[in-house]
Design a protein around this ligand. Structure first.
Ligand SMILES: NC(=O)c1ccc[n+]([C@@H]2O[C@H](COP(=O)([O-])OP(=O)(O)OC[C@H]3O[C@@H](n4cnc5c(N)ncnc54)[C@H](OP(=O)(O)O)[C@@H]3O)[C@@H](O)[C@H]2O)c1
Length: 336
């Protein structure tokens, strides 16, 4: 057992609204380990995810809240520098819950080996990680996308949405339309990711554009955003539509005043269903999904973007970018 100097981002207080720099404590600390079963990981990239906002609330959810004073929970990818777990050796690359810190002691049983000769390390936090798996199971299982379907995706230029839209296309959807928050992102959706059309929800009349681009109505609506955008989509469902409740980022900074869907009667009239899911529901199928997604990446039928911000000390402002939209694809912090 040895002491390791590590730079850590800890939760100082619970935000009410948009998290700011004042909600975090940052600095160098010593950690001692690894103990039996643990692995000491030097992190290379930290995943910045909307779910982190939920973990800051002192409320019951699918994971316990991050305690005041604790290292912020996050996914990360890095290299093993010491191991007391029989499956891991120094020098191996791993992905898991490292937290927002430069070095992390992680139970070996929760880590997965990765390899940057197979794909660049950020890929394992993007299409070959939780965002890719979320898109995959959300679109194929919950959305049950079928050939010929008309599919609408919100936050379509983000980590999950960008993969979800492309998977719809790969699975034979007849029409894929993305919603995003800038003209540049809309151009990217059509020119780079193969969407048939894109709608800038900040500048265009959303309902009118959905009607124009999806005149027969929606078979699948993959919702990352909630609020007004969910309502607009509900008004355009086709009979038998599937609404995938993946996330609701427009609501995360004010959960006391969550806006429910006004247009939910559309589900009744259109005999549609709206279903939420948590990606870990599908953990037993991760391996086969990763292989299929990896095959699409290798074949060039699936592409992705990353926005990589250097320096753990940028965490407070980098985290805000999820809510301001100042990023394209998967948002990461590069540690080393
Ligand atoms: N169910 C699950 O198991 C699961 C797992 C992972 C993620 N998720 C959910 O999936 C969603 C997407 O996650 P991600 O990691 O891929 O994030 P992301 O889409 O890469 O980043 C969030 C994006 O949301 C958009 N946005 C932010 N505030 C908005 C608002 N008020 N109205 C409309 N759009 C807004 C921004 O894009 P624009 O520039 O386009 O506004 C921003 O870039 C989140 O809701 C997340 O919680 C669910």
């Amino acid at each position: 057992m040895c002491a390791q100097h590590t730079f850590q981002v800890r939760l100082a207080s619970r935000p009410d609204g948009m998290p700011a720099r004042t909600h975090w404590d940052m600095g160098w600390n010593d950690i001692n380990g690894p103990s039996d079963g643990e692995v000491l990981v030097e992190t290379a990239f930290i995943s910045i995810d909307p779910a982190m906002r939920g973990w800051l609330r002192d409320a019951k959810s699918y994971l316990p809240p991050v305690a005041i004073g604790a290292v912020m929970r996050a996914g990360g990818v890095g290299t093993v520098i010491a191991s007391k777990h029989p499956d891991f050796r120094e020098g191996e690359q791993v992905v898991g819950h490292t937290g927002v810190q430069s070095h992390a002691l992680v139970p070996g049983d929760t880590l997965r080996k990765v390899n940057d000769t197979v794909a660049p390390l950020p890929t394992f936090l993007g299409p070959l990680g939780i965002p890719g798996l979320t898109a995959y199971f959300g679109m194929t299982e919950v959305g049950a996308v079928k050939p010929g379907d008309t599919v609408l995706v919100s936050a379509a230029a983000g980590a999950v949405g960008s993969i979800a839209g492309q998977i719809a296309g790969i699975r034979g959807a007849g029409r894929v339309v993305g919603i995003a928050g800038s003209n540049e992102k809309c151009r990217h959706l059509v020119e780079d990711l193969g969407c048939d059309a894109a709608i800038n929800y900040k500048t265009e009349a959303l309902g009118e554009r959905i009607r124009e681009h999806c005149p027969e109505g929606l078979d699948v609506y993959f919702d990352n955003v909630g609020g007004d955008i969910l309502d607009a989509a509900l008004a355009h469902l086709r009979i038998g539509a599937r609404v995938v409740l993946c996330g609701a980022i427009s609501q995360y900074n004010d959960l006391e005043a969550v806006r429910g869907p006004k247009n939910y009667l559309s589900l009744l009239v259109k005999r549609a269903r709206m279903q939420g899911f948590i990606v870990s529901d599908y953990a037993e199928q991760y391996q086969s999904a990763v292989e299929e997604i990896g095959g699409w990446l290798a074949a060039g039928t699936l592409s992705y973007r990353t926005t990589i911000v250097p320096g753990l000390e940028t965490f407070p402002e980098t985290f805000q970018r999820l809510f301001t939209g100042e990023k394209l694809g998967k948002l990461l912090i590069q540690v080393v």
